[in-house]
Design a protein around this ligand. Structure first.
Ligand code: URA
Length: 190
C-alpha cells in the first residue's frame, strides 16, 4: 500500500460492516501518515457522517482544543475511529460491527507504525486490552506497552497504549475533563 488514501479505498469496498447500509459514507481516518501519535475514537457521529471527516463535530472541537493547548496540530497527528460508519442515532457500535472494521484499523496502524496509540473511550480501548473489571478512570493517562498482531498478516507491532476518556464524556464531567486534558498534555513526555 503506497498511501493511506489507497489503504482506505481498498478497505471500504471489502469491509463487511452492516452499518454501511445506513451510513451516508465511510469516514476515513485523517492526518499525517508519518504521525507519532494516533488517536482512535469510537465511531462517526452525524457531522462526521455528512462530511466524511473524523472528529469534526462537538467532540472534535474538544479534541482540537486539547491538542492546541499542547501545540499539537491535527496535521501532525493521525485521527481515526474504531468503526468507520455511523451507527444509527449514534448508538454504541455492536461487537460484530467493531470486529468487521478491525482489519481496516489494524491496516492503518501497521501503515503508520505510531509510537503512541491514544484510545478515546472504552470502545477503542477494548480493541487492544481486556477491560473487564477495569475502570477507565483508574487506567486513563497511564501508558503501557502493547504488542499488536495484525488479524490477517499476523505481523507484530509494538506501541505505547495510552487510554483516556472520549471527548464527549468530558462535557458534563469535570474530573473526566481534567484527566482527558492531562493525558494529552503528557503524551510526549511518556
Ligand atoms: N466521536 C467519535 O468517536 N468519532 C468521531 O469521529 C466523532 C465523534
Amino acid at each position: 500500500m503506497k498511501s493511506l488514501q489507497e489503504l482506505h479505498e481498498k478497505n471500504h469496498p471489502l469491509c463487511t460492516c452492516a452499518l454501511k447500509e445506513t451510513a451516508t459514507q465511510p469516514v476515513f481516518g485523517a492526518g499525517n501518515e508519518n504521525a507519532n501519535i494516533v488517536f482512535i475514537g469510537e465511531a462517526p457521529g452525524e457531522k462526521e457522517d455528512i462530511s466524511g471527516k473524523p472528529f469534526c463535530g462537538k467532540s472534535g472541537t474538544i479534541l482540537n482544543d486539547a491538542l492546541e493547548k499542547v501545540k499539537l496540530s491535527r496535521d501532525t497527528v493521525y485521527i481515526t475511529n474504531t468503526v468507520k460508519y455511523r451507527p444509527p442515532a449514534n448508538r454504541d457500535p455492536k461487537p460484530e460491527e467493531k470486529e468487521s472494521c478491525l482489519e481496516w484499523l489494524f491496516d492503518e496502524l501497521f501503515f503508520i507504525k505510531p509510537t503512541y496509540i491514544v484510545t478515546l473511550g472504552k470502545h477503542a480501548l477494548t480493541t487492544f486490552i481486556q477491560t473487564k473489571g477495569l475502570l477507565l478512570e483508574d487506567i486513563a493517562g497511564k501508558p503501557r506497552t502493547i504488542k499488536l498482531t495484525h488479524p490477517k498478516s499476523k505481523k507484530n507491532l509494538s506501541a505505547t497504549l495510552i487510554p483516556t476518556f472520549h471527548p464527549a464524556a468530558t462535557i458534563y464531567n469535570k474530573r473526566y475533563r481534567e484527566i482527558f486534558y492531562t493525558t494529552i498534555q503528557n503524551i510526549q513526555n511518556d
